[in-house]
Design a protein around this ligand. Structure first.
Ligand SMILES: Cc1cn([C@H]2C[C@H](O)[C@@H](COP(=O)(O)OP(=O)(O)O[C@H]3O[C@@H](C)C(=O)[C@@H](O)[C@H]3O)O2)c(=O)[nH]c1=O
Length: 193
């Protein structure tokens, strides 16, 4: 398992080991023990999500759940290719409003760890792209929130407008948004990695 820091402290790229053979490959896509041995203890995951986006250029986000149901997410791509993005929305954070992104694909097997206190969104780069992610809290529609995709200066790598849900198209901009998260200092694991 490789663990790589990103430009946003707290957000990590994880690359599980793949064992290839004549049949294809095998990989442990999640192992609490392997991560613990590498110095990374993530919160407990309680829900796994899976979605399919039929067309390339489909953008879902930027989403969060507010406390007390804030979610950390461990994201990977099951089929196809997508560009996954995290944005720090913790008030008082030295990196408030900053974003980082990573291409996740079936081919590269990368995963992105996005802690609570960050927006999450992605755009698909191939038709029929599947995303799979583990969440640290259950879906709580009353705590669901979003920020519009084009109010942060993210380079999504797309030409023209993406395909959006009506809800995502009508989301507030980052400037209009009052974040429910507050910065509580650096994540313990950053110093250990
Ligand atoms: C997120 C979610 C949605 N739903 C339902 C609500 C709705 O009827 C339908 C589709 O929901 P949405 O349009 O919100 O789906 P989607 O736009 O794919 O939302 C997801 O986007 C990515 C970026 C995330 O980070 C996720 O946490 C989630 O917010 O699924 C659940 O039952 N459980 C869930 O956990």
């Amino acid at each position: 398992m490789q663990i790589q820091k990103t430009s946003l402290p707290g957000v990590l790229v994880l690359v599980p080991r793949r064992f290839g053979d004549d049949r294809g490959f095998f990989c442990e896509s999640w192992s609490r023990k392997t991560l613990h041995d590498a110095g990374l203890d993530l919160p407990e995951f309680v829900q796994d999500n899976h979605s399919l986006s039929a067309a390339a250029g489909t953008l879902r986000g930027l989403h969060f759940q507010a406390p007390p149901h804030a979610q950390g997410k461990l994201v990977r791509c099951g089929r196809g290719r997508l560009f996954d993005v995290a944005v720090d929305i913790r008030k008082g954070s030295p990196t408030y409003g900053q974003w980082t992104g990573c291409e996740l694909s079936f081919e590269n097997g990368r995963q992105l760890w996005i802690p609570a206190g960050f927006l999450h969104g992605f755009v698909t780069r191939e038709p029929d792209t599947e995303i799979l992610y583990k969440c640290t809290d259950y879906y709580a529609p009353d705590c669901d929130g979003s920020v519009v995709w084009d109010s942060i200066g993210i380079d999504w790598g797309i030409a023209g407008r993406p395909i959006l849900s009506a809800k995502d198209a009508a989301a507030p901009s980052l400037n209009e948004f009052d974040s429910p998260f507050t910065y509580e200092g650096p994540f313990d694991y950053e110093a250990r990695l």
